[in-house]
Ligand binder design. Structure first.
Ligand code: GLP
Length: 234
C-alpha cells in the first residue's frame, strides 16, 4: 500500500531503535508537540530506548490511548501505572493525559478527553495492535467515525490481556478508549507489531481491504503511516 511505509526489523530491540530515530527526527525538526502514546508489552523496548537517551519531551504534551474502567492509577494493573513505571517517572513531559477509568460519569470523562484532544491535535500517534486487529480498545466492528468512548472488551482481548493482571484482580470488561477517528486524526501514525501473534492483523493490513471487522485496516485510509514489524509479510 502506498500510504504505508513498511519497515522490517529483525527484533523488537531493532524496532525500538527505528521508533527512536523517527521520534528524534521529529523532535529535532520541531514537528512534535503532541504525542499519542500506547501501552502493552510492545511498547516496553520503545520506552526503554527513550529513557536511556537524552531525548527531551519537556515541551511535549502526551495523550494515552486508553484505560481500564475501575482500576485506579496507583494499581499496577492500570495503564496509568504502566506509563508512570516505564516512561513518565523517568522522562518529564509538558503534560500527560490518560482517560480516568475511575471517573464517576464515564461518558462525561470521554467527552472531556475528546475535547482535550481537539484542543491539542496529535502530531504522532504510536500504536500497537491486538491479536484480533483492535487498535487501542476499538474492538472489531467499532465504527470508523468513533471518538473517545466506553468500550466493551471482547472475550479474545480479555483472554490475551488477563495474563498481565497481577494481585488476583479480575480484568474489567469495560475500558475508556480513544475512538478510531480520534486516533486517525493524528498527522502521523506509527504502528508497531512484534511476533507471530500479530501476523493475522499484519496480513489484513497488507491485503489492503478496509473493513470494520479489522479496525487496523482503517490505517489504509490515512496518508502517513509507518509500520515497524519483525514479521515478513508478503
Ligand atoms: C491492549 C491495548 C492496545 C495494545 C494491545 C497489544 O489491548 N489496549 O492498545 O495495542 O494491548 O498489546 P501488546 O503490546 O502487549 O501485544
Amino acid at each position: 500500500m502506498e500510504n504505508i511505509k513498511w519497515i522490517k526489523v529483525e527484533s523488537p530491540e531493532e524496532g525500538a531503535k527505528k521508533v527512536f530515530t523517527l521520534i528524534s527526527e521529529e523532535l529535532q525538526n520541531n514537528r512534535l508537540h503532541v504525542l499519542g502514546l500506547a501501552t502493552g508489552s510492545t511498547m516496553i523496548p520503545v520506552y526503554n530506548e527513550w529513557t536511556n537517551s537524552t531525548l527531551d519531551f519537556s515541551n511535549v504534551t502526551a495523550f494515552n490511548l486508553d484505560e481500564y474502567v475501575g482500576i485506579a492509577a496507583d494499581n499496577p494493573n492500570s495503564y496509568a501505572y504502566f506509563m508512570n513505571e516505564h516512561l513518565f517517572s523517568k522522562k518529564p513531559f509538558k503534560e500527560t493525559h490518560i482517560p480516568n477509568g475511575m471517573a464517576e460519569d464515564l461518558d462525561e470523562e470521554c467527552k472531556e478527553y475528546e475535547n482535550q484532544l481537539n484542543a491539542h491535535p496529535l502530531d504522532i500517534q504510536l500504536l500497537g495492535v491486538g491479536e484480533n486487529g483492535h487498535i487501542a480498545f476499538n474492538e472489531p466492528g467499532t465504527p470508523f467515525d468513533s471518538v473517545t468512548h466506553v468500550a466493551t472488551l471482547t472475550d479474545s482481548t480479555l483472554g490475551v490481556n488477563s495474563q498481565y493482571f497481577e494481585n488476583d484482580d479480575k480484568i474489567p470488561n469495560i475500558a475508556l478508549t480513544m475512538g478510531i477517528s480520534s486516533i486517525t486524526n493524528s498527522k502521523k501514525l506509527i504502528m508497531i507489531a512484534f511476533g507471530e501473534k500479530k501476523r493475522a492483523a499484519m496480513e489484513k493490513l497488507k491485503a489492503g481491504e478496509v473493513t470494520a471487522e479489522w479496525p487496523i485496516t482503517k490505517l489504509l485510509r490515512h496518508d502517513d503511516v509507518v509500520v515497524i514489524t519483525d514479521l515478513q509479510i508478503d
